[in-house]
Ligand binder design. Sequence first.
Ligand code: ADP
Ligand code: ZN
Length: 740
Amino acid sequence: MTAEPPPTVVDVLIPVAVDTAYSYRVPKGLALAPGDFVVVPLGTRQTLGVVWEARSAGGDNLKQVVSREDWPPVREPLRRFVDWLAAWTLSPRGMVLRMAVRAPEFAGAEPVRIGLRRAGPPPTRMTPARLRVMTVLDSAEAEAVTSKKALAEAANCSAGVIDGLVDEGTLETVALPPDPLPPPPDPDATAVVLDPAQAEAAAALAARAAERRFTVSLLEGVTGSGKTETYFEAVASALRSGRQTLILLPEIALTAQFLDRFAERFGVRPAEWHSGVSVRRRARAWSGIASGEIKVVAGARSSLFLPFADLGLIVVDEEHEAAYKQDDGVSYHARDMAVMRGRFEEAAVVLASATPSLETRVNAETGRYGHLRLASRYAGRSMPALAAVDMRRDAPPRGRWISPPLAAAIADTVADGKQALLFLNRRGYAPLTLCRSCGHRFTCGQCSAWMVDHRFRGALVCHLCGYMERKPDHCPHCGEVDALVACGPGVERIAEEVATLFPDARRLVLSSDMPGGTERLRQELDGIARGEVDVVVGTQLVAKGHNFPNLTLAAIVDADVGLANGDPRAAERTFQLLQQVTGRAGRGEAPGRALIQTYQPDHPVMRALLTGDVERFYRTEIDARQRAGLPPFGRLAGLIVSATDRHAAETHARALARAAYAATGGDPLARAADAAPSIEVFGPAEAPIAMIRGRYRFRLLVKAPRSADLQGFLRRILAEGPKPTGSLRVAVDVEPQSFL
Ligand code: ADP
Ligand code: ZN
């Protein structure tokens, strides 16, 4: 066997929004291989890139690679994943690579901590601030000073004072070794006793996690059945085989409880990866993940792009969650992408949920995924007793939303020393403010959205763009004073009603926009768990995963909210959300109950919740999707055309639609029999949200059978159709979450 000649030309992918990998000549003496980080000239500057392909021929007239960075290379499975994801989402490959390397923020592998120490003689000019700096460095505190900022804080001076001392040679910066990593999680840290159903599922998952083979399993179990406990055994199995695990969580900011549970089972917390983690800690995690020292990562969807050295298991917790869909920049669904990453890494993938998405359900039913079920709650705990409040009969007085039966249930619960949760998926006080005198409605000038009354903040807020204004005391349209009325409820308003009905109850409003951010939210959640609150009013934030042992009543204030918009996915979404909320009740020793306020108690979603006949609900929904050729039986893509000018957006969308219709073989009504295999184009129509941040939006929907090459079709119409100019933009959304 002869050794391959060293590459003389490399194609380098640069983490910016371009698809092409540019070719460069390899300088003599530099050994390069695919995956290496390199610095290359680009135009007038130099930039960081990753070697994508390497060849050993020609390249004499090419520009030369400047240098190679001594960082762990981007492994082949991750490179193939980047290529695949770019093709799937019709995004430039460099843009997807950017998500993987975030150069140079994290790719800097060894994050250097900077220390400062005395080097030269004392400064010639001594000021009080300089004296304080010297005193700190001569004291026992010096050890703790690991950055310029820390020193400036300790000495109570500006960073400039320290810079001055460094310039004069009095101080010197030194690189300190990185923070040591915590020991790896220990699969045998605690002995858990699983119940028989859990043990069976755990054994199956553990076996799969021990294989070096791509598999997908759905772990479906009612709320409180112990899914987490069960998939932890798969994690233990991966740890024993020395391979890494990624656990994806939909709301990482709220998962302190999860991290603690993990630590109880495995002795230490997993590495955390999401935007709330400091850049320095992420840099440390990045290198530990690339070197393989970090064995388990719990993270948000961005952790899908981490440079694992040997990924053996991916768990997607609450796999049905809409939060897994990313819509800015590259549109992707983290659950689907987790499955693909698993395929490239030859890893086991576990999708866990009490209410799986229809897509995953169908994949499990057809045998493509393994299907493991936990049918009952752990330790013989019962599911909450569910009842509907028929709001047509039991409606509260006008301007109130808590019906008499719900009020009675809250009273009982609180009197019992237990906790109640009132769920309403609407932030703020009221979704709409209007003028009683002229009918004027407050809308955002930049978005097609009402301004939401946030009374605690004294402001009207647009939930789409965040624009905020002080609530005026008169109507800006007719000038009438004291004529503004709040219409409909948000969580703040429900809390106000609770205060009126139960003045002595301790109340808490929880929603994602509460002041104090994640830290405050964690504290509040701990407070609920400790029983410091009687009635919690919350948005979907409180619906997820939490374990509140003393919470025995879960109530849905308005179960009909999500059903009205006509989206074929609305029933599924509503079912999942309401099931999650009701599942919060009765997770401790005391049995729970759930009340559902609805004007349509006979709606299939309500029937499924109330009778517990989940199978029938899924059957009906799956059949309807199949008849309509909707996902997962067919495939969908949205093309969103937007522009600052409404007419321009609409005209371009029309032209794009014409190109698309032509590509399907003409007018869909008069299509020739031999046309492209029944790809259908709908629209253009105003997008479900017609304007965001001053941009008007029109949408085309493309529907294709599973056998058709949807991406190929989209690429063709984008290449052959009209090109966007000026403020026009076309965004592709493969498998959009809304089918409207
Ligand atoms: P799910 O994720 O299915 O909603 P969890 O994994 O959160 O359920 O389990 C619900 C509760 O039951 C948790 O408090 C968990 O600690 C407890 N639990 C589940 N299985 C076991 C077990 N085998 N041993 C001890 N506690 C368990
Ligand atoms: Zn707005």
